[in-house]
Design a protein around this ligand. Structure first.
Ligand code: PHE
Ligand code: NA
Length: 453
């Protein structure tokens, strides 16, 4: 049975295997590696967080990327369609809807932060950030994000870009947009990490990041934060990798792609940590400053470097590009679903859904200005609360269902064949992880964080 026959038009596909891998990498590498990784690590105490994060990547993340690729390529459908067509009805399809919901939530705040990044890029472009503003970079950040019109303008511009690229489609839009930019970002990150190590905060910064504080291991919140960060950073649990896998023809090799995406993404996160934390300590900034952390630290670094204005310009440009390729992948999850479900054109789906997501993002933006006092979950403001629910709860929950789906509802031979693992030891290890290890780990972290033990 050819499942792709649900549509009357032939479905789009990647132009090449490298196109697919680059797009998957482009989705993974984004603000999650630099902005979110550093502030969550900073709030969660550093070293212990990093260790648990790496474990989550290894025993939950990589197996689930493989599961998502496998589901997508087999079904050739969007996330909801995948679960519907590969199961005989039942509750599995709710995993797909959960993914679409997470996509709306995540992109809504992702676009707000990305808008800030774009604004910072412009500040370097027009030279205003080449010297510290009168109120200092930290003061500037507070007043900029506090201004509703400023923040909303950049939020809007960013969403417009995302919508346009998604309208252009799988090959022209998504695949083309990140071929040169990612390697450049990697190089710049290495150079800046090296520089940051000379700033005088290196010893403190590195020990913060790499020396686990053993008491943190008994704090369930650190586990939940690390697991959520792993899912967020790898773009997992909401069907991004299912959707991207669905534009793949049958002749590709999935395991290599999964390992390279995870390896690269983790490399970017660690490098970002090595760049940020020495500088955090050198400039006396509190590592637990929250979502504003990189916006306060990075300009200080650039301000201290010779030709720092140009470096800052390059850095914020590349970070904006990385954010764009991730945002595209989030919108694509919802767009692919609405295109099939309601028979919408790509242009219509991108416009309608993109606009709705822009509107949903406005409260997150307001949370740094007029609604600054509003807290929803614990001490968390609006943006942090939406992020918490989506990244720490919905994504791992989606991942849990994806693992169970491939692990238990597929025949062993099918799973091994469709994943390209074949009857190999690593293939059986993969299935064992999907059946037992990953689901149990996710459940344990959930249960401990609601205080069950
Ligand atoms: N992985 C992206 C990042 O690190 C964010 C993302 C999350 C993308 C979920 C897709 C899905 O920035
Ligand atoms: Na990432």
């Amino acid at each position: 049975m050819n499942l792709a026959l649900h549509n009357n038009k032939p479905r789009e596909q990647w132009a090449s295997r490298t196109g697919f891998i680059l797009a998957a990498m482009g989705s993974a590498v984004g603000l999650g590696n630099i902005w979110r990784f550093s502030y969550v690590a900073g709030e969660s105490g550093g070293g212990a967080f990093l260790l648990i994060y790496l474990l989550c990547i290894l025993i939950i993340g990589i197996p689930i990327i493989m599961a998502e690729f496998t589901i997508g390529r087999r079904s050739q459908q969007d996330v909801v369609g995948s679960f519907e067509s590969l199961s005989s009805g039942g509750a599995w399809r709710y995993a797909g809807l959960l993914g679409v919901t997470a996509a709306f939530m995540i992109l809504s705040f992702y676009a707000v932060i990305s808008g800030w990044i774009m604004h910072y890029f412009i500040q370097y472009l027009n030279g205003s950030f080449w010297t510290a503003p009168a109120e200092g970079y930290e003061g500037y950040f507070v007043s900029f994000t506090g201004s509703f019109t400023q923040s909303i303008l950049w939020h809007f511009l960013f969403m417009a870009l995302v919508i346009i690229i998604v309208m252009l489609g799988v090959k022209k839009g998504i695949e083309l947009s990140n071929k040169i930019l990612m390697p450049l970002l990697g190089v710049l990150l290495i150079v800046l990490a090296g520089y940051s190590l000379t700033l005088g905060g290196a010893a403190e910064g590195l020990s913060f990041l790499f020396t686990p504080d053993w008491s943190a291991f008994s704090d369930p919140a650190v586990y939940l934060a690390a697991m959520g960060q792993a899912f967020f950073s790898l773009s997992l649990g909401m069907g991004t990798m299912i959707t991207y896998g669905s534009y793949l023809s049958k002749k590709e090799q999935l395991p290599g792609a999964a390992f390279s995406v995870a390896g690269l993404d983790t490399g970017f996160a660690i490098l970002a940590g090595v760049m940020i934390f020495p500088a955090v300590f050198a400039f006396g900034i509190d590592p637990s400053s929250g979502p504003g952390l990189v916006f306060m630290v990075l300009p200080d670094i650039f301000n201290n470097i010779a030709a720092g204005g140009i470096v800052g310009l390059g850095f914020f440009f590349l970070l904006a590009a990385a954010a764009l390729s991730s945002a595209i992948s989030i919108l694509e999850v919802a767009v692919a679903f609405f295109m099939r479900k309601f028979n919408w054109s790509r242009i219509r789906a991108a416009l309608v859904i993109g606009t709705i997501i822009f509107l949903i993002g406005i409260p997150s933006s307001l949370g740094f200005g007029p609604w600054a006092g509003v807290t929803i979950i614990g001490e968390n403001g609006i943006l942090d609360s939406i992020d918490f629910i989506a990244s720490n709860i919905l994504l791992p929950l989606g991942g849990l269902i994806i693992a169970l789906f491939v692990g238990w509802s597929w025949k062993t031979v099918d799973a091994l064949r469709e994943s390209d693992f074949g009857q190999t030891t690593i293939g059986y290890i993969w299935l064992f992880i999907l059946r037992f290890i990953a689901p149990i780990a996710i459940l344990l972290i959930f249960l401990s964080s609601i205080g069950l033990f």
